[in-house]
Design a protein around this ligand. Structure first.
Ligand code: NZQ
Ligand code: ZN
Length: 388
């Protein structure tokens, strides 16, 4: 039966080469006091920082740079919230990849809260308000620019939380594919693997509407084709543009409205891995994907492999044995775009696997009716060991 849904995305997308020119009029809607947030310096290397500073001459700019990949609650969110409170910030302008955007979304709510911000991120306290957030995206991957999620790590607690709240939808996302020309081959591949995984998480559900299957298959085809072009020719505008647009759609819910429960199990596992080992999100997901697929492959899940096999790889799937060929094809695809396909290559061994399985069950809960296929502790351990 088609599941009921309530769907809204209030974020406006401004897409195309040169659309940064709209930034002053966009920010003016919220005020003149801007907190500009960014990561480790890529925006300076590509000239975007200078471009923004010159466009925003009439604004009062405060800055928070140095936001880490897998952004940390302390120092980044804490420091950003402090800057907002002390300087009476009207709007946050996040410039960068998913980490900078997520950190800025967390700052937006923590700045409006008097207590310990982690209470909000961890779901203990419900946020009541947020500072408006606008972003300029520089890396196609997470879809943070078009969703209301923020993933924040708390190193003191060895925790990485996905915080989801309608208050943190960006108001505007400025998407200029030319800013992604400088993204390294590794981050291009990992970003694509992340977006592919967003689609796959929701593709594995029951029911999955025919319209959604069609949209998801075409999103996967586009990602798989265009990443190869972008790896070959990093400044291919059309390939970068399509990657950027599909990544925005992939985590936004629009491809899976009405589908059954899925539970996002691969993300649950990856969030534990990057909480414990601070690895690149998309690489972790690429490693997990074929192992998770092997774990959940059964007569019940076979129909999903039938569609993926036929549409993506031209593999006809009639039984479980055939489905293994589809799983191998995903493995080879990720390997082919340059992602290390074993955790050992990321210096992870089996020492903390049981601890991670407990962590996943406690914080992400991979058992229960919200799962397409439940994963108990033994299943999680099996998957993680296969990933080694
Ligand atoms: O820090 P800088 O110097 O900017 O360098 C970054 C960083 O080193 C670099 N980069 C970004 N744009 C660039 C560039 N380098 C050259 N040229 C450019 N134009 O790329 C590196 C990775 O950046 P990061 O923002 O960490 O990558 P990504 O966009 O993949 O974000 C990953 C984070 O997002 C979370 C992940 O868990 C992870 O913490 N996720 C957020 C989601 C959401 N909000 O909906 C969903 C995802 O599933 C994911 O969990
Ligand atoms: Zn992801």
């Amino acid at each position: 039966m088609v599941k009921d849904f309530f769907y809204v995305t209030p974020t406006a997308l401004i897409f195309g080469k040169g659309v940064i020119k709209h930034l002053p009029e966009v920010l003016n809607k919220y005020g003149k006091r801007v907190l500009l947030t960014y990561g480790g310096g890529s925006i300076k290397k590509i000239g975007l920082y200078d471009e923004i500073k010159s466009l925003l001459k009439d604004f009062e700019i405060f800055e928070l740079g140095g936001i880490e990949p897998n952004p940390k609650y302390d120092p980044s969110v804490v420091e950003g919230a402090r800057l907002c409170k002390e300087n009476n910030i009207d709007v946050i302008l996040a410039v960068g990849g998913g980490s900078t955007l997520d950190c800025s979304k967390a700052i937006a709510v923590c700045a409006k809260y008097d207590g310990e911000g982690w209470d909000i991120i961890s779901g203990k306290v419900k946020a009541k308000d947020a500072i408006p957030m606008v972003d300029v995206l520089t890396l196609a991957a997470t879809g943070s620019e078009f969703d209301c999620g923020a993933v924040i790590s708390n190193t003191a607690l060895n925790d990485k939380r996905g915080y989801v709240d309608g208050l943190i939808f960006p108001k505007f996302s400025i998407l200029d594919p030319t800013y992604t020309f400088s993204v390294s081959k590794y981050q291009t591949a990992c970003g694509t693997a992340d977006a592919m995984n967003h689609v796959l998480e929701t593709f594995f559900s029951s029911p999955s509407l025919e319209v959604n299957d069609g949209m998801m298959v075409s999103a996967l085809k586009s990602l798989m084709k265009n990443v190869k072009v972008a790896l070959d020719k990093p400044d291919d505008y059309d390939a970068r543009a399509e990657l950027m647009y599909v990544c925005s759609l992939a985590c936004n819910g629009i491809l899976s409205n009405g589908n059954g429960e899925c539970g996002w199990p691969m993300h649950s596992i990856e969030h534990a891995l990057s909480a414990f080992y601070d690895i690149t999100h998309g690489a972790g997901l690429a490693i997990i994907t074929p192992r998770w697929m092997k774990e959940i492959l059964s007569e019940k899940t076979l129909n999903r492999f039938v569609v993926l096999g036929k549409e993506l790889f031209g593999i006809e799937v009639n039984n479980v044995e055939d489905a293994n060929n589809v799983i191998d094809a995903f493995y080879k695809f990720f390997e082919g775009i340059g992602i290390p396909m074993h955790l050992k290559e990321l210096n992870i061994n089996e020492d903390r696997i049981k601890e991670m399985a407990d962590h996943i069950l406690e914080f992400d809960c991979t058992v229960g009716p919200q799962m397409y296929v439940e994963l108990n502790k033994e299943a999680l351990i099996r998957i993680l060991k296969e990933c080694l």
